[in-house]
Design a protein around this ligand. Structure first.
Ligand SMILES: CCCCCCCCCCC/C=C/C(=O)SCCNC(=O)CCNC(=O)[C@H](O)C(C)(C)COP(=O)(O)OP(=O)(O)OC[C@H]1O[C@@H](n2cnc3c(N)ncnc32)[C@H](O)[C@@H]1OP(=O)(O)O
Length: 291
């Protein structure tokens, strides 16, 4: 019930009611949401989802809810066959899960938050559409999960940007389905090293290890994503979708089977004093780094 009311509440925030005439054209209907801008190029059947939640596109409960609703709308739109996921915030793809959602809140809040994280991943990983991440900035932890859940990743070749699952550096643990998703991308051995050490890879190392598929100059990331999209869309949808599902279903089913226990694990993990302390210390270190 709580989730339903949040979804309904969010649908109002989604801004379908607030579109101006300038934002709606025949060829590029744009939906300006609070955290995500969705632009559907109807003739081509491709939507660009631009995350725009400054300063760092952190994945808050509101953001995740909006993301899942937006993606579902595109999924149900027969005119949309592909999605490019990118950021409208300079230098940041996404800073991952919003740490504030995991600090000093109630057990009920943690459960609701974690269900929203699961939902985002389930929707993205099982999408029938072609999904391409155009990674135009830093991409740690939950940001990396989003990227590796797409079918293809193009990253800006900027030495300042990094990508990876750095959870252990915060004193927390990437859950099994984060692990499965990255292992499906880079293999078991590289995942073991990557997860234990909480490695963040530079763009060039990310290409070498296979977390990303291609590097291009920053200003070309979106064009490169559009070019790759047209190659993938040249394949008949039905054949491609069945192939995708064959590869991903066992991983999806594993979370679907264990969804409630995964939420309980998260809640009991994150409510531990030691974990709360680690997260708070990490947030403080982020603030101090600035000064
Ligand atoms: C037994 C097993 C059981 C398992 C159960 C599950 C266990 C839990 C699993 C949880 C999985 C977690 C996944 C995650 O995604 S955790 C988040 C990890 N993210 C990070 O480590 C990134 C942190 N951020 C950065 O490194 C930098 O901010 C970044 C490189 C992204 C950008 O740097 P920049 O210099 O541009 O910006 P600032 O650092 O100054 O940040 C600006 C403000 O934003 C705040 N901030 C940054 N990141 C976050 C975040 N992830 N959540 C919330 N807030 C964030 C930062 O503090 C600054 O705020 P102020 O302006 O107020 O100081």
């Amino acid at each position: 019930m709580m989730i339903l009311s949040r979804l309904l509440g969010c649908q109002e925030q989604l801004g379908f009611l607030h579109q101006s005439k300038e934002e709606l054209t025949d060829s590029h209907p744009v939906v300006c949401n609070r955290n995500i801008l969705v632009e559907l190029e109807e003739g081509v059947g491709v939507a660009v989802m631009k995350m725009k939640s400054p300063p760092v596109n952190s994945l808050s409960l509101d953001f995740l809810t909006e993301f899942s609703i937006s993606l579902e709308k595109l999924e149900n739109d027969r005119g949309c066959r592909g999605v490019i996921l990118t950021s409208a915030v300079p230098k940041i793809f996404s800073a991952g899960l919003d740490i504030k959602e995991m600090c000093g809140k109630s057990a009920e809040h943690y459960a609701e938050f974690w269900r929203a994280v699961q939902e985002m991943w389930l929707k993205l990983y099982k999408s029938n559409m072609v999904t391409i991440a155009a990674i135009n900035g830093n991409c740690p932890a939950g940001g990396c999960l989003m990227a590796v859940s797409c079918d293809y990743r193009i990253m800006a070749e900027n030495p300042k940007y990094s990508i990876g699952l750095n959870e252990t550096q915060l004193g927390i643990v990437a859950p099994f389905w984060f692990k499965d998703t990255i292992a499906n991308t880079i293999g078991h051995r590289a995942t073991e090293r990557s997860l234990q050490l909480g490695l963040l890879y530079s763009a060039s190392d990310a290409l070498k290890i296979g977390i990303v598929d291609e590097l291009v100059p920053e200003e070309k990331v979106l064009n490169a994503a559009a070019a790759t999209m047209s190659q993938w869309l040249a394949i008949p949808d039905y054949a491609r979708q069945i192939s995708k599902s064959m590869m991903r279903k066992p991983t999806l089913d594993r979370l679907l089977t264990h969804r409630e226990s995964d939420i309980q694990n998260f809640v009991s993990f994150v409510t531990k004093d030691s974990i709360q302390k680690s997260l708070q210390t990490y947030m403080e270190s982020l603030k101090q780094r600035k000064g």
